[in-house]
Design a protein around this ligand. Structure first.
Ligand code: GLV
Ligand code: GLV
Length: 316
């Protein structure tokens, strides 16, 4: 018989995979809707051998130092910027993520945002509900043509390529910045040429505020920015200013900095902006498959085996 391990699960995950984990191991499931506060997370991690974490949980060096038994961290996300990988590697703790299974859901959402901002769907919907649909209007609300336009993709990994595939159906010209191993256009050239810019890069120290005031100034005044990756890739203050001054025409964000964005944040008063609450992977299919993968990763890590989807310091 395999020894039973003590596992901290930082949120309730209503998927069958969790039952499998619960049969094999002893689970401590955080029961609340909001994440455990950092000190509570650290307290509960103290005797954990495994953690199933969410992107809203910071799994840092002090937490690992306070959890001497910890040997497996399984993040219920493809991104893992919430985890200190170097600290984990130094302690021989395996870290896993959930790539691939959310690629299409996230690419769909990026495209939904692109279309919704381009064609001013929120404004049009508001008009209908406010009794402001007076007649068929020749020139209101006028949006941007998506078909045949140029889409610039920043970060041409799994999700970036899936967005490119969708763009083909709209006869868009797709340009991209490539990957670290196969670089494409420079960011400057991409921003200059794109009607739409969609971000699909991981958040690292190098990509923090990749889209800053200078980058926004290098975009077309008619351009629309889409971010479904991580909020801090964009300098949010610079984006607010760019939307207010018409430096760019609009933006669609599924991610913000911080998350959640406070209801009174100036971001929400900026014009031509759609903000969604980080729902890129939020389909029944993707979230269920992420749970399967996160549990497989954790089970392998607890057994001292390589995880099926294990991340390393240089795998971003
Ligand atoms: C979501 O943002 C993820 O990284 O899975
Ligand atoms: C980003 O996470 C990607 O896979 O492209």
């Amino acid at each position: 018989m395999r020894p039973v391990a003590h596992v901290l699960v930082t949120r309730q995950l209503p998927f069958p995979a969790l039952d499998r984990l619960g049969i094999a191991h002893d689970l401590d499931v955080w029961p609340e809707r909001l994440p455990p506060p950092p000190d509570e997370l650290q307290r509960r991690a103290a005797d954990a051998e495994g953690i199933l974490s969410l992107l809203s949980d910071r799994i840092d060096e002090p937490l690992m130092a306070a959890a001497p038994e910890l040997r497996a961290i399984s993040n219920y996300a493809v991104g893992y910027d919430n985890i200190d990988l170097a600290a984990a590697a130094a302690r021989g703790i395996r870290v896993g993520n959930t790539p691939d299974v959310l690629t299409d859901a996230t690419a769909d959402l990026a495209f939904a945002l692109l279309l919704a901002v381009a064609r001013k769907l929120p404004e049009a919907q508001r008009d209908v509900r406010a009794g402001n649909w007076l007649t068929w209007e020749p020139a209101h609300p006028l949006g941007q043509e998506v078909h045949g336009s140029t889409l610039g993709i920043i970060g041409y990994g799994r999700i970036g390529r899936a967005v490119a595939k969708r763009a083909e159906g709209f006869d868009m010209t797709v340009i991209h910045t490539g990957t670290p191993r196969a670089p494409g256009l420079s960011l400057e050239e991409l921003l200059e040429r794109s009607d739409f810019v969609s971000i699909h890069a991981p958040l690292t120290p190098e990509t923090h505020h990749l889209i800053d005031a200078a980058a926004l100034a290098g975009m077309r005044p008619s351009a629309i920015l889409i971010n479904t990756a991580r909020g801090p890739l964009v300098d949010q203050q610079a984006l607010i200013a760019a939307l207010e001054h018409g430096t760019i025409a609009g933006a669609g964000l599924d991610v913000t900095d911080p998350e959640p964005v406070p209801a009174d944040d100036p971001l929400l008063a900026a014009p031509n902006l759609i903000v969604l609450p980080h729902i890129g992977s939020a389909t029944h299919t993707a979230r269920g498959r992420m749970a399967d993968m996160a549990v497989e990763n954790l089970l392998a890590g607890l057994e001292g085996q390589p995880m099926p989807h294990q991340v390393t310091d240089d795998s971003q």
